[in-house]
Design a protein around this ligand. Structure first.
Ligand SMILES: NC(=O)c1ccc[n+]([C@@H]2O[C@H](COP(=O)([O-])OP(=O)(O)OC[C@H]3O[C@@H](n4cnc5c(N)ncnc54)[C@H](O)[C@@H]3O)[C@@H](O)[C@H]2O)c1
Ligand SMILES: [Fe+2]
Length: 385
């Protein structure tokens, strides 16, 4: 038996911010990153709140990859004014912070959870519909993915106009995060037909529309498709889980301060080769390879045999990375060999113990993680060299 549960109401399309007026909110705490204020993007949200007679306060000190000190600041603010809604407005960092702040506020005060409204301003994490929130420990250089059903926002608002200003490098990184969510969810141990449906659609949109938005940020039709894909991939992995790609990316991101999506993207061809049995041959690899080949087939790539399907899919990923200018190796991304060698053990330990790793379709050892990191560092691939 399995249950596919969507706990978030998804409001999408132009003008969707207006929906906030209909939610019966008295007072909202807005948690956002400073860009939302400095760019004036917040004004549209504030206008809607004023029109709806909703009081608000703004906490805008969110930094990328938030650490516990930011969360503590958020909790102090929220304790002071006891809102009945928490509105997360920004990228995954703002949404994750809002989810954790709301969780601790509810626990500390013993009050009912404020209504969680997530308004993503990047198309990447899918955090607006997931039970996950990632928190960084800057001193230990580790990222912790937390997971609890109560972290899932009640409302997600997908307003594509907010995404127009995302610069190309962030568009590329966050878009590749979507692809990684969908691909990992599709082959993960927790996948089901329903998560597959969302993952497939998300991948179709990423392959088709990410090159378009990368070169033409003002193509709002393509932007909207990518924004929806991000949310659909979130729904897929919220059910199915992720895998070692995210485990390794969390470690890499925390250690070398690489944006989350870029870290995922750089690892993706190497992890896919491992899962498909092209690095170490293991029994579970056959199953993962068949899943990759199936995907290649439904995405319209050559897949007459499993081997051909795997090759087509990994080649398409590599091509997409080249199109959106993601470095093909850690070396190319500027990480020095001596620093990499020094940190390799810590990276492997963190990735092995990461909360995302157990859902990987192939049960991985720490030595295999090491081999994937080394291949990713040097750019050693079996396919699409
Ligand atoms: N909760 C989950 O399910 C989940 C899943 C994947 C990743 N994450 C976490 O989310 C974080 C990454 O989130 P992200 O990739 O959205 O990046 P982000 O939230 O860190 O934002 C990246 C940068 O983009 C800027 N930005 C945001 N919106 C913009 C806009 N509309 N126009 C111009 N600039 C804009 C921000 O100011 C910031 O400088 C990481 O900490 C990652 O680990 C969480
Ligand atoms: Fe991610």
């Amino acid at each position: 038996m399995d249950i596919f549960d969507i706990q978030t109401k998804v409001v999408m399309g132009e003008g969707s911010l207006e929906q906030i007026k209909e939610l019966g909110i008295r007072e909202a705490c807005i948690i956002c990153d400073p860009f939302m204020v400095s760019s004036g993007k917040i004004n549209e949200l504030l206008t809607v709140l004023r029109e709806g007679g909703i009081k608000y306060r703004v906490f805008s000190e969110i930094v990328p990859d938030p650490a516990i000190d930011v969360v503590v600041q958020g909790i102090i603010r929220i304790l002071n004014h006891k809102p009945d809604a928490v509105i997360a407005f920004g990228g995954g960092s703002a949404i994750d912070t809002a989810k954790i702040v709301s969780y601790f506020y509810t626990t500390i005060e013993g009050v009912e959870k404020p209504l969680g409204i997530a308004i993503p301003a990047t198309s990447g994490t899918g955090s607006e519909v997931t039970s996950f929130a990632v928190i960084s420990d800057k001193a230990k250089q580790v990222k912790y993915p937390l997971s609890d059903k109560s972290l899932i926002p009640e409302i997600a608002i997908l307003e594509p106009e907010l995404i127009r200003t995302v610069p190309p490098a962030t568009t590329a990184a966050t878009g590749m995060d979507v692809l990684t969510h969908a691909l990992e969810a599709f082959v993960s141990t927790g996948a089901c037909d329903f998560s597959d449906a969302f993952a497939e659609k998300a991948m179709r949109y990423i392959f088709r529309y990410l090159p378009i938005v990368y070169t033409n940020p003002n193509d709002m039709i393509a932007r909207e498709k990518i924004h929806n894909a991000s949310c659909m991939a979130g729904l897929a992995f919220n059910h199915a889980g992720l895998g070692v790609n995210h485990g390794m990316a969390h470690a890499l991101g925390a250690m070398f301060h690489i944006p989350h999506g870029k870290a995922n993207a750089m690892l993706l061809p190497y992890v896919a080769e491992y899962n498909a049995g092209l690095v170490f041959s293991k029994l579970e690899c056959n199953k993962a390879a068949v899943r990759y080949a199936y995907l290649a087939e439904v995405l319209g790539m050559p897949a007459a045999t499993t081997a051909q399907g795997v090759e087509s899919l990994i080649t398409a990923i590599v091509k997409l990375m080249q199109t959106v200018e993601i470095p093909m190796s850690l070396q190319e991304a500027g990480i020095e060999e001596s620093v990499f060698a020094e940190q390799l053990n810590a990276l492997c330990e963190a990735a092995f113990h990461d909360g995302c790793t157990p859902a990987n379709p192939v049960k991985i050892t720490i030595d295999e993680i090491r081999e994937i990191y080394i291949r990713c560092f040097t750019g050693t691939r079996t396919i699409a060299k």
